[in-house]
Design a protein around this ligand. Sequence first.
Ligand code: HEC
Length: 204
Amino acid sequence: MAVKSIRFMNTLSACASSRVASVASGRRSRLYAFTIFAAVMSLFLASLEDARAQDAKRGEHAFRKCLLCHVLDPNATNLIAPPLHNVIGRRAAIVPGFAYSEIMTLAREKGLIWNADALYYFLDKPEDFMPGTYMAFAGLEEQERKDVIAYLTKITDAYNAQQKSPAVPFGAPKSMAPIKVEPKAPSPSLANGKAKSPPAPPRP
Ligand code: HEC
């Protein structure tokens, strides 16, 4: 084992020394390449952000089809369909008071969560994904689905951010019963053992 590892180290250092020269000359061009890479990367990320914002914008338009039945108002009553203000990351069929279909209720029991993937498949052809769903909707084309998901992600993020900074900040309760520490019962080893009581003083 030790011999093997020494040989391994030698091979490594041989490789390293043969490469030292080329490393030195290549360092500058690598730095150059890295700078270009970083620049391209940041351009790419910026365009990704941009694309996402555009998707969400188009999604807002496509979402009009959903507004026929759904709302984005968490306080809405008289619902034809469950509100979708926080649907991304939400468990299926959990809006209180909404009478879901049997299959949607089963989906909740199976742990379905409405993330981008689940919505992508569901919104393709709801009836195929969930035979028996009450959602009487034919489905969306792929690009529209992506756009609607981007829009719902934006709406959900905005709603969640709002929930995290509530109007009434958290305050400590006005009064609180003091926490008592109960005295410990003597441990059995001491109670039964010899050290029960100090030895009696010798009598005169
Ligand atoms: C014709 C009315 C109608 C339209 C249009 C409609 N839905 Fe629905 N949707 C429903 C109903 C009803 C349900 C409840 C389904 C069930 O219980 O099986 C539902 C359920 C859902 C759920 C599951 C909600 C939950 O709480 O689990 C999602 C997500 C959803 N719809 C998204 C959409 C999106 C996105 C669109 C637009 C592309 C859309 N729906 C269009 C009626 C509709």
